[in-house]
Design a protein around this ligand. Structure first.
Ligand SMILES: CC(C)(COP(=O)(O)OP(=O)(O)OC[C@H]1O[C@@H](n2cnc3c(N)ncnc32)[C@H](O)[C@@H]1OP(=O)(O)O)[C@@H](O)C(=O)NCCC(=O)NCCS
Length: 141
């Protein structure tokens, strides 16, 4: 087991977390991932966005937010040299506990088609692929 320390993400972690995302394969970053966007996300979801820290450095991160009905988990990333130590599992379980405490029972996530390793990880942890019988639509507000 690692001795990484899990705690809620703060906006002061932004640069370290963003650097981790940039260095992580399978991560799709969009303009909402800028500092202002993440500040808003953390303000709305202070207990379900987490970092793993080791000796003052961010070595893992996870974002999760909900709308009062359904949660969405995003951007799970573990620094290469800290993988295989159970950190991702701990981040996910801590996040699920935080969702439970907020009364949320379902959580979705998206895995890119070109990230079979990520998909295998989620399948291993018991996450189920939903049959897609709908389109995802979006507009800029
Ligand atoms: C996928 C990722 C988050 C795993 O992080 P990690 O900290 O190494 O994972 P853990 O050590 O917590 O692994 C927990 C369990 O999952 C298993 N596991 C880890 N990666 C796996 C994979 N790609 N496929 C199948 N099982 C995997 C581990 O063997 C471990 O099993 P155990 O508890 O029975 O020993 C990490 O490799 C990563 O950051 N990948 C790039 C980003 C990414 O793909 N994110 C998810 C996509 S949305």
């Amino acid at each position: 087991m690692n001795s990484a320390y899990l705690r809620p993400m703060l906006i002061s972690d932004y640069q370290a977390v963003f650097s981790l995302w940039l260095a992580t394969e399978g991560m799709e970053l969009i303009e909402d991932d800028n500092e202002a966007g993440i500040a808003l996300y953390l303000q709305r979801n202070p207990c379900t966005c987490l970092v793993a820290e080791f000796q003052g450095e961010v070595v893992g991160s996870l974002l999760c937010g909900h709308d009062g009905r359904r949660a969405i988990l995003r951007h799970l990333a573990i620094r290469n040299d800290f993988r295989g130590q159970g950190i991702a599992r701990q981040l996910v379980e801590t996040c699920m506990d935080a969702l439970t405490a907020e009364g949320i029972r379902r959580c979705n996530l998206f895995v890119l088609d070109n990230n079979p390793t990520g998909a295998a990880f989620w399948a291993y942890l018991g996450w189920l692929k939903l049959p897609d019988n709908y389109q995802t639509l979006q507009r800029m507000v």
